[in-house]
Design a binder for this molecule. Structure first.
Ligand SMILES: Cc1ncc(COP(=O)(O)O)c(C=O)c1O
Length: 448
């Protein structure tokens, strides 16, 4: 794999010659012809404001046709990992077919890998940063671990996060505790946390003179709580000579509408297979340009790449198909529009949550703020707990009896079912879910 930008550019000259020889083009043309379904689908458009579009079922019905999901199952765990629309799947298969048709060293390294630069540019333009600040990774775990492991720290140095951050990221710090003698500090946030300034002051109060790193979620995966990233980052910059804040944006990007430049942060990790609907195994790492040099990559890269964001992509031979098909996911996202998608996901959340609150007559607790936006405290993810129904049993019954997929969250501070609809979820879907839960509230759950 070429190491430098120049090497990338130099390889660009080769494919034209080879294509002229007929190695590449027929394979591409053959793959393009395979897009049967693609020809039948027309991306719907909407001229209304996002709030008006949010409840236009005809529009969302058409959007839903882009997904090849098994509709005999109701998936309300789209937060875990999302299905990709068919055009994303097809793009990925096309690139994969091509990689295996043309000789792979030529297809992967000379044709496909350089195309990644265009994906980088498109993602940067959409999400508000410089292409030179974006690395493609396999997921949030990789993006965040690059940051969590990439700072030289000394025994006794403290890293700070909450008790609600993602278990794998906590595990990563715990390994550093065992290996490097770091000290992990965690604190609790209110559930829900409806006062952003309280969240900032909780981070601030838990900083000590030894704090060297903060990890915070942009959106907490178990409650859907959105945290004030910009304010925490600004506060942390004034402490201990500037404490780096690693932002876990696993669920945030392409879920609700914002630009990375709005956040003013230095480090941000995302899974693109969640809310961008990109291929499984795609993620993104943002590192502000002037911070790249001082962050070690997880897999060693040559010193010539010290200040190059691509040093985080030096992972050896890997498929190009996943990364390139991000481009199709981005086009699909742009076709809906970030604001419209956010409004729909909030509308879906409000629909089921308000209905259960009403029919539950005091038995239903939502561990997610349903307050109107401004500031945005939550979006498509919410967690519900029902007095008198054990969460794991309710989750199993919904799956066993109704084939409705939800997630049972069991946390030291609360428990509940996490519900995450997506852009292909319909009103009848939510009605079926609510009716099932109402039946369980009325009749109880069968004993095992
Ligand atoms: C808050 C948060 N961080 C990190 C991750 C890890 O994401 P991935 O498994 O895609 O690496 C998740 C996954 O659900 C998450 O919710």
């Amino acid at each position: 794999v070429p190491h430098t930008r120049r090497a990338f550019l130099e390889t660009m000259a080769v494919p034209a010659a080879l294509c002229a020889g007929g190695v590449g083009l027929p394979a591409i043309a053959r793959a393009a012809r395979s897009g049967e379904r693609q020809r039948a689908f027309q991306m719907p458009t909407h001229s209304g404001a996002p709030e008006a579009a949010a409840s236009d079922e005809d529009y969302w019905f058409q959007v839903a046709q882009a997904f090849t999901i098994d509709r005999s199952i109701l998936n309300l765990n789209n937060g875990g990992v999302s299905p990709a629309p068919f055009m994303v799947q097809e793009a990925m298969k096309r690139h994969l077919d091509f990689s295996n048709t043309a000789p792979p060293p030529y297809a992967l390294w000379q044709i496909l890998e350089p195309q990644k630069e265009a994906v980088r540019e498109r993602m940067a333009a959409e999400f508000g940063c410089d292409p030179e600040e974006i690395a493609f990774t396999r997921n949030s775990s990789e993006s965040l671990q690059i940051c969590q492991l990439g700072f030289d720290l000394r025994p006794g140095d403290e890293v700070l996060t909450t008790t609600q951050d993602y278990p794998r990221m906590i595990t990563t710090f715990k390994q550093r505790e065992r290996r490097d003698g770091l000290v992990l500090k965690q604190f609790k946030l209110p559930i829900p946390c409806e006062d952003p300034s309280e969240a900032v002051s909780l981070f601030e109060r838990n900083i000590t003179p030894k704090t060297r790193m903060i990890l915070m979620s942009h959106i907490i995966n178990i409650t859907g709580q959105i945290l004030p990233v910009r304010e925490v980052v600004a506060m942390a910059r004034t402490k201990n000579g500037g404490i780096p804040v690693i932002v876990d944006g696993a669920h945030a990007l392409a879920h609700f509408d914002f630009k990375l430049s709005d956040l003013g942060c230095d480090y941000y990790g995302v899974s693109l297979h969640k809310w961008l609907f990109a291929p499984h195994g795609t993620g993104l790492l943002y590192v502000r340009k002037d911070k790249i040099k001082s962050l070690w990559p997880m897999m060693p890269a040559p010193d010539t790449l010290d200040s190059d964001i691509r040093k985080f992509e030096e992972i050896g031979t890997h498929p190009a198909a996943n990364t390139l098909a991000i481009s199709e996911a981005l086009t699909f996202h742009q076709g809906i529009g970030g604001k419209r998608k956010e409004a729909r996901l909030r509308y879906l959340r409000d629909t089921w949550a308000n209905r259960l609150l009403q029919s539950g007559k005091g038995r239903v607790r939502i561990h997610t703020s349903l307050k109107a936006p401004q500031p945005l405290l939550s979006c498509g993810i919410a967690t519900v707990e029902i007095d008198g129904l054990e969460t794991p049993k309710l989750q199993s019954w919904l799956w066993d009896k109704h084939r409705i997929l939800t997630v049972a969250i069991k946390h030291d501070e609360f428990n509940g079912l996490r519900i995450t609809p997506s852009v292909y979820t319909s009103m009848p879907d939510l009605d079926r879910f609510c009716t099932a839960v109402e039946t369980a509230m009325r009749d109880g759950l069968p004993s095992a």
